[in-house]
Design a binder for this molecule. Sequence first.
Ligand code: AMP
Ligand code: FES
Ligand code: ZN
Length: 333
Amino acid sequence: MKCKRCRRAEAAVDLPSHHAAFCPDCFFLFFRRQVTEGIRKLRLLAPGDRVLVCVSGGKDSLVLWDVLMDEGYETEGLFIDLGIDGYSDRSKEKVLAYAASRGKTPIVVELAKEGIPIPEAARCVRMQECSVCGTVKRYFFNRVAAEGKFTVVATGHNLDDETARLLGNLLHWQRGHLARQHPLLPGEEGGLVRKVKPLWRVSEVETAAYGFLKGIDYVTEECPMSEDATSLVYKEALSRIEDRMPGTRIVFYQGFLDPSNPLRKGPEAAPIPEEAPMADALRVTDVEAEGDTGTPRACAACGAPTYTETCSFCRLKERIRKARSMRTARGSR
Ligand code: AMP
Ligand code: FES
Ligand code: ZN
């Protein structure tokens, strides 16, 4: 099959949802245009932004960094070493290698050094790893951005991620989450940095194809802690629908983002610092339970922006500290 755009080269990527098939060069153009259109439509980024790109070592975030650099944005990468045996080291290697290939050195936060490696922290407080991981990652994304004077934090969530989350929120009528789900979470006074998801218009398959054809080496394994995440069930359901009816995902999500959708508040009306991770979508977060109106204040313990006395990260650390000291006390008896 020939490329639908140049009509000369052989097509390498088939995209039924766009009724198109492209050769590698035309696909690069198409993909970049999808991302820049997504940025422009929702005004996610401005030319003068300093962007902190959160890179996990997976395809989405490395592709995001690649595209943003190619588009001329000023970027730095942030990798959080979660302290997960083997997986974290392999992820870090990919991030460092990619960064080096672009003449960059990423910022690295090591949770083991911070005293909160995810597996041990989750065991201590008897919580799901993903839940602990979400709180800790959000905290460091914001803290590193605020300390480094970045104007915006970008993550690699793609259309599959966002629609899976939307489906989960709809099926359980999580009205609070629905009102705030958006590729743009505005910043707030008091150190809350704007967060954006520039890949919201591109699917996982498209991102993987871009990464592969560009020769970006990324980790292909899933996090071992997320094997039974509910988000995978929603992704699978949506994939089956998409296979039968190509284009459904983007129609579903764009319809949801329509400003006239009564389920959503505009992003300007959504001051929330603590976006729930997908695995958390079925639970009421502390922010939601307490309401999210008003301006955030400084956490009494660490100074991070929060709507409560101390931020959820400090509360988590306190619970871990208590659990550890109880364990030590029991051990010395
Ligand atoms: P996930 O929640 O694992 O689906 O990841 C969503 C996005 O969060 C990724 O595309 C990255 O932008 C970011 N992210 C996830 N894990 C990390 C990490 N360990 N370090 C930095 N950014 C991360
Ligand atoms: Fe956070 Fe796996 S527990 S990425
Ligand atoms: Zn705090």
